[in-house]
Write a protein that binds this ligand. Sequence first.
Ligand SMILES: [Zn+2]
Length: 601
Amino acid sequence: MSSKGLKSRDKTDPKYKWNIEAMISDESTIDRDLQKIKKQAEKYTAEFAGHLGDSADTLYDAFASRDRIMRKLEKIYVYAHMRRDEDNSNSYYQGMTDKSMAVIAYVSSAVSFFTPELLSIKRKKLLGFIDENPKLKTYEFVIQDALRQKEHVLSKKEESVMAQMGEITGATNDIFTMLNNADIKFDDAVDSKGKKHPVTHGTYIKHMESKDRVLRESAYNSMYDSFKNLINTISAAYNYNTKTDVVNARIRGYGSSREAALSGDNIPGAVYDNLVSVVNDNLPSMHRYVELRKKLLGLDKMYMYDMYVPLIKIPNRKVSFEDGLDIIREALKPLGKDYIRKMNKGISQGWIDVYENKGKTSGAYSFGCYDSYPYILLNYTDTLKDVFTIIHEMGHSMHSRYTRDSQPYIYGSHSIFTAETASTVNESLLMNYLLNKETDKRMRKYLLNMYLEEFRTTLFRQTMFAEFEDITHKAIESGQVLTGEWMCSEYQALNDKYYGPAVERDDTIRYEWARIPHFYNAFYVYKYATGYSAAAAICDRILTEGKPAADDYIDFLRTGESDYPIELLKIAGVDMSSPEPIRKAMDKFNQLLDEFEGMVR
Ligand SMILES: [Zn+2]
C-alpha cells in the first residue's frame, strides 16, 4: 500500500492501539524529569567516585542508586522512542527521543567510573563486602562476572587509549554501511515480459521469491554485479574490520578473536564448534532437500536464484487479528494455564499496536522497560505469516513479563542468546499446532515447506556464515591478508559444501559474503542458529513430556540475565555445551523432510 492510502494515526480505532498512556500519563513533567536525572547523576559522581571501596554499605548504595537513576531514564527514553514509532513524521517525539538520548550519554559518562573502580578493589575485599552486607547478594553475579573479566581489563591509561582509538577503528563498519546503504546502485531487473523492476535491498528478496524465473535471474545478477564491481574496496574494509577484532583481542590478552567475542556471554568455544560440526554432519540432508527443490521446480539446472521461490502455492486466506489471537491462544496451550492467563491479561491491558498507519515504523518488535508493559508493535495485514509475527513478538514480551515479575532491575533484560529462544519456542509451537490439525493436503505441504525453509535459512545458512567468520578470523590470526579473490573462493567452497551438487556453479554467489552487514559484527550470527536449536529442543521436550517440561521452561523465562545463557538454558532442560540440542534439531529437520518428500513424490 502506498503511504497515500494509509490512515493517519488519529483515525485508528483506539482498541487497536497500544495503551502507552499507562506508561506515562503526563508528558508535561518529562523535561523537568530529565533535568532532575542529570542533577542526580552529577550528585552520584560526587558522592561515590573514589569511594566504592570505602565500605560494604557504600558499595551497596552505589549499586542501588545507579539502578534507580538508570531505571527512571530508561523509562523516558523507551516512552519517547515508542511514541516516535507511532508516527515518524512527528517532530515533537523525535525531539523527546533526541533529548533523552543526550541525557543517556551524559549519565553514562557520569557513571563510567563505576566498573573500573569496582575492579580496582581487591577480590578478597570485594567478596568480603558481600558477606558483610547481605543486600549486596543481589549484585553478586554482576560482581563475579566483572571479576571473571578482570584479567582482560588494562590499566587506566591503556583503557583510555583504547577508548580513544575505538573512535577510529569503528570506521570500517561505517565505510561499509555507507557504501551498502547509500552509494551502491543496482541496475533494474527485467522480467519475462520485458518490464523493469527496481532492485534495492528491500525488493531483492521479493524478486527471489517471484514465480518469474527471468526476473529472479535478472535481479540476482544485478545485485551481485554491483558487489563484484566494488569487491576490492569491500574486501579492504572487511580485512581491516577483521584485523581490528584480532588486534583488540590480542591487546586484551585473549587466546583468539573468537574467544574474545564469546567471552561476554561466557560461551565456551565448544558451543560454536559443536554447531558447525553437527550441521556439517547433516549436510547430506540439506543436499537432499535442495535436490527435492530442483525436482519440484521441474528444473534441468538449478541456480542459487531458485533457492527462495516457494515450492507450494496456497490460496490467499485472510486471518483477522482476532482470529490470529485465537490461533495463538490454542497453539500456546502446551505452555500451561499461567502463561495463557498472563498473555490474555496483557492483550486486554493494551500491549499491542496492531495496524499500520501513516508514518508508523515498519516491521515488528517487542519493546518496553522494567516499569512498563512489554509492548508489541505490529503492522498486521491479515496473513498467516502475520500470525507467526504476533506469536514471535509475544514470546519476547512474555519472556520480559516473567523476568520482570521475578528479577530485580539489574537482571531485568535478556541476552540475544536467550531472547531468540523464547520467541522461537512460540513459533515452533505454532507450527506444530497448525501441522497437527491440518488435514488439507495442500495446506500441509505448504506448512512443511515453510518449516523446512526456516531450518534452511536459520540453522544452515547462519551456520555457514558462522563458519565463514571463523575462517577469515583464523586466517588473519595466522598472519594472512584477506584479499577479495581469496574470500570469494572460500565463500564459493562453503556454498558448494552447504547446497550440494544439485546447484549449478556460477561466477556470482561467491560475492554474497560482501553484502552481509552482520559480518562487521563478528561472531554474532551463530546465536540465531543456536537459539533456533535450543528452541527446537525445548519445544520437542514440552510436546513429549508435557507439564514438567513446560514448568521448567517457565522457570527459565523468569531468570532474565541472572546467570550466563548456557546455565539459564539448562533450567529449560537444554545443555548447549553438548552437541545434543543441535542433533535434536537436525532430527526434526530430517523428520520434516521425510514427510514432505513422501507427500510430494
Ligand atoms: Zn525476535
